[in-house]
Write a protein that binds this ligand. Sequence first.
Ligand SMILES: Cc1cc2nc3c(=O)[nH]c(=O)nc-3n(C[C@H](O)[C@H](O)[C@H](O)COP(=O)(O)OP(=O)(O)OC[C@H]3O[C@@H](n4cnc5c(N)ncnc54)[C@H](O)[C@@H]3O)c2cc1C
Length: 469
Amino acid sequence: MSRWLRARAPRGTARARHRADLKRWANWAVSTEASAAPTRTWTNWAGNQKSRVRRIATPGSTAEVAQVVREAAGQGLAVKPVGTGHSFTPVAVTDGVLVRLEHLARLRSADKASGLVTVEAGMPLWRFNELLAEQGLALTNMGDIQEQTVSGAIGTGTHGTGKASASIAAQVAALELVLADGSTVSCSATERPELFEAARIGLGAIGVITSVTFRTEPAFLLAAQEEPMRLDAVLDSFDQLWQDNEHFEFWWFPHTDTTMLKRNNRTAGPAAPLSRGRTWFEDEFLSNTFYSGLLKAGRSAPRAVPAINKLAARALSARSYTDRSDKVFTSPRRFKFLEMEYALPRAATVPALREVRRMLQDAGLRISIPIEVRTAPADKLWLSTAYGRDTAYLAFHMPNGVSPTEYFENAESIMVAYDGRPHWGKLHTRDRDYFATAYPRFDDFLAVRDKADPQRVFANAYTRRVFGS
Ligand SMILES: Cc1cc2nc3c(=O)[nH]c(=O)nc-3n(C[C@H](O)[C@H](O)[C@H](O)COP(=O)(O)OP(=O)(O)OC[C@H]3O[C@@H](n4cnc5c(N)ncnc54)[C@H](O)[C@@H]3O)c2cc1C
């Protein structure tokens, strides 16, 4: 059972509702899988997924990973590679052997001419960005943070926002991985292409990725333009904003008509980064420390949330700066929250968000964290949330300690009505039957998995729900 549901059980009628939450959302959580002699515990970043594992392995080479997999499979134990635990779903939970790759995190090669860079699977994105910068290279696009490992980030389809540039997994040119029988194979668009399609966004269910080759590009600067804008103005010009910008997103503050609009576009420079003091004040203090205080106030006095949101929205101010791409794409997130995010056909964004706004009013919900809206171009990765269609993402957050059930459930029913596909690493209640129709290549993925892991060495409760086994 997830920790957010167990902790802070409220009183009286709230307690009854909390119990109902437990029942209704049982499949968002994961019970610690039956384990005869659990010895170690593991918890994800948000603290809502916890498991007792039989062993934690920290191999330092591909050969050692293969040995770990062979031994575990021989003992009938499940194996689960984990990154930094930044997934909200139980995608990385296991009761068997948890494989952490912090000792398999080196740079293997970097070819500046082709842009092909190979790193070991446990390398965190922030370190990868530093290495790339030293080589005068960069990733084309990134998500909001850079704490994840390269393999964990691609494993659930981590994405940012972009008109033409897609997810991190879409920037992968080749993989090396250890399969369930302990064999080591490499794959790319030309070598074992089906395995490559399945393993890039594979939820750790195809094998343990040991190295990732990225197709990078020469380092570039982004000019960031951030400003508050009225929600209706953003919705009315949504298509134009998407059309005019390489990377466009906005955050809408529920119970207000204010959004924070962000536009990032490539520029020849010169660089004009924010000063250290301003970065600290705006990105650390205002966006994290001060904002955590507002969230805490909202948690203790939910009725005050709309007023608090208005206050937060009024505190927004415009800023523009030019900096190295990864520094513009990402920023720190210090406060803990739970998240659900759905990918919709891009054309559905505006009607869907209008419905969400109506739903919040009708249900009388008090939502303190802004809803984030991003876009992605159609891609061809089998389990990519943007597979085959131009996409927009709507992300819903709840601060830790507040039940997200009613909010996420109501929002999810709107997302599903628009053929939404949930992020594999963010909370949702969908199962195999849903995904079988949501993803045209779902059966192809399952066929590759059957071949790569017939005994389900890499399975867990989450794969059983979303893949049916
Ligand atoms: C604060 C915060 C901000 C976030 N921002 C974004 C965002 O902007 N965009 C977005 O799309 N998502 C975002 N996420 C979600 C996050 O990027 C994904 O959940 C990502 O998968 C987490 O990476 P990780 O390294 O923590 O992997 P984990 O969560 O530990 O694992 C994720 C999956 O990868 C698999 N995996 C890990 N290592 C390997 C390996 N070596 N071989 C095979 N499989 C492996 C695991 O088995 C698991 O299935 C955010 C999450 C948080 C908490």
